[in-house]
Design a protein around this ligand. Structure first.
Ligand code: NAP
Ligand code: GDD
Length: 348
C-alpha cells in the first residue's frame, strides 16, 4: 500500500486530493493545524474514528512553521509521496501579512524540502509535489506556459516563486524527485468563502432567499482561467507517477472576467446583480494581476491530463451548493435562530 503525506489537507485541494488518493488505495496522512474550533469540516466525508477498522486517513497536528514537528510526522508517516499544499493562500491578505505569508509559503516549503532531503538520505525515495501558482506569472502577458517568465505582483506570488525555485534547486542539487505544479485558479463548492467565486455564489444565493441585501466586490475586470479543483488534484498525482520529475502548467485554456462569472452565476441563480452589487475599494489590490490564461499543452501531452468540468458547469455546481446552504439557513432563521455564517466575508 502506498503512503502519502499532505500538508494543507484541511483546505479545498487537500480534501479533494485525500479523497482521490484514498480511492486509489493509498494510506493518507495529513497535517492539521491546532485551532480553537474544528477546522476539519472539508474532511468529514472521509474521516473515520481512528479506533474503527479499515481506517485509511490519519491526521497529525503540525504547522509548516515548525520544521522539527514536520520531521517527526515524516518519520511516523513514512510516505512515498509528499504533497505540499499548505499556504496562506489569499493574495489580498498577503499584502497585510507579508512576513507571515513568506514564512509559511516560502520558508515553510524550504523546511519541508530540508526534511525530505534528510528522509531521502535514509535510503527512502520520496516523491514530492510543490503547489505552485499562476500568480507567479502575474503581469506576464497571456497565454502563460512553463517557459513564461515569472513577474509576481504580491507578497504571496513572490513567496510562491521562492518556493518554486527552492524546489528546482533541491531537485538539481540533491537529485530529489520534486515536481512543481503551476496551477491556475481552481474552484469548487468547497472553495474558501473569501475567494471571489465563492464570495459571489454564496452571496447571490443568500440574496435570492432574502438573507443578505448587498454584495461588495473589488475589481470586476480582472480575468482568470477558472477550472474545477476535483480535476486539478488528478494532475498533481499524475506528475508524481512519471519516470522523471518536471514542472507543469495546469489550466483550462479559457479566461473569464470576474464580471462574466458574476453574470453567469446571477443568471443561473435568477438574481439581477446590478441591483445588489456595489464596489468597495478595500477589495482592490495594491498591484493587480489583470489576465491569467494558461496553456496546459505540456500536461495534456505528457500527463494525458485534461479538464472535465466546463466553466458553466462549475458556476452551476457552486450556485446549487450555496442555494442549498442558504435554504438550510433560511429554515434555521424561520425557527428563530439569528443569521448564520456572516463572519469573515465582510472584512476580507
Ligand atoms: P486553501 O483552501 O486556502 O487551503 C490552505 C491549506 O493550508 C489549509 O489546509 C490551511 O489550514 C493550510 N495552512 C495554512 N497555513 C498553514 C501552516 N502555517 N501550516 C500548515 N498548514 C497551513 O488553499 P487551496 O485552494 O486548497 O490551495 C492549496 C495550495 O495550492 C495552496 O498552496 C495554494 O496556495 C495553492 N494554489 C491554489 C490555487 C487555487 O486556485 N485554489 C491555485 C494555485 C495554487 P487551515 O484549514 O487550518 O487554514
Ligand atoms: N477575493 C476577492 N474578493 N477578489 C476579488 C473581489 C473580492 O471582493 N472583487 C474582485 N476580485 C478580484 C481580485 O482582485 C482578483 O483579480 C480576482 O477577483 C480573483 O481573486 P481571488 O478569488 O481572491 O483569487 P486570486 O486569483 O487572487 O488567487 C487565487 O488563485 C491563485 C492562482 O492564480 C488563490 O487561490 C491563490 O492561492 C492561487 O494561487
Amino acid at each position: 500500500m502506498k503512503r502519502a503525506l499532505i500538508t494543507g489537507i484541511t483546505g479545498q485541494d487537500g480534501s479533494f486530493l485525500a479523497e482521490f488518493l484514498l480511492a486509489k488505495g493509498y494510506q493518507v496522512h495529513g497535517i492539521v493545524r491546532r485551532a480553537s474550533t474544528f477546522n476539519t469540516e472539508r474532511l468529514e466525508a472521509i474521516y473515520k474514528d481512528q479506533h474503527e477498522a479499515g481506517v485509511g486517513l490519519f491526521l497529525h497536528y503540525g504547522d509548516v512553521s515548525d520544521g522539527t514537528g514536520f520531521r517527526h510526522i515524516l518519520e511516523r508517516a513514512q510516505p512515498d509521496e509528499v504533497y505540499n499544499l499548505a499556504a496562506q493562500s489569499h493574495v489580498r491578505v498577503s499584502f497585510d501579512q507579508a512576513e507571515y505569508t513568506a514564512d509559511v509559503v516560502a520558508t515553510g516549503t524550504l523546511r519541508i524540502l530540508e526534511a525530505v532531503r534528510d528522509y531521502a538520505r535514509q535510503g527512502r525515495s520520496p516523491r514530492m509535489y510543490q503547489a505552485g501558482s499562476s500568480e507567479m506569472f502575474g503581469a506576464a502577458p497571456p497565454p502563460q506556459n512553463e517557459s513564461t517568465r515569472f513577474y509576481p505582483r504580491s507578497p504571496y506570488a513572490v513567496s510562491k516563486c521562492a518556493a518554486h525555485w527552492y524546489a528546482v534547486n533541491y531537485r538539481e542539487a540533491y537529485g530529489l524527485f520534486i515536481c512543481n505544479g503551476i496551477l491556475f485558479n481552481h474552484e469548487s463548492p468547497r472553495r474558501g468563502e473569501t475567494f471571489v467565486t465563492r464570495k459571489i455564489t454564496r452571496a447571490l444565493a443568500r440574496i435570492k432567499l432574502g438573507l443578505q441585501k448587498k454584495l461588495y466586490l473589488g475589481n470586476l475586470e480582472a480575468r482568470r482561467d477558472w477550472g474545477y479543483a476535483g480535476d486539478y488534484v488528478e494532475a498533481m498525482w499524475l506528475m508524481l507517477q512519471q519516470p522523471s520529475p518536471d514542472d507543469y502548467v495546469v489550466a483550462t485554456g479559457e479566461s473569464h472576467s470576474v464580471r462574466e462569472f458574476l453574470d453567469t452565476a446571477a443568471d443561473y441563480c435568477g438574481v439581477n446583480w446590478k441591483n445588489c452589487v456595489e464596489t468597495d475599494p478595500r477589495y482592490f489590490r495594491p498591484t493587480e494581476v489583470d489576465v491569467l490564461l494558461g496553456d496546459a499543452s505540456k500536461a495534456r501531452e505528457r500527463l494525458g491530463w485534461r479538464p472535465r468540468v466546463t466553466f458553466e458547469e462549475l458556476v452551476r455546481m457552486m450556485v446549487d451548493h450555496d442555494l442549498e446552504l442558504a435554504r438550510q439557513e433560511e429554515t434555521l432563521v424561520a425557527a428563530g435562530h439569528s443569521l448564520l455564517r456572516q463572519g469573515g466575508a465582510s472584512y476580507r
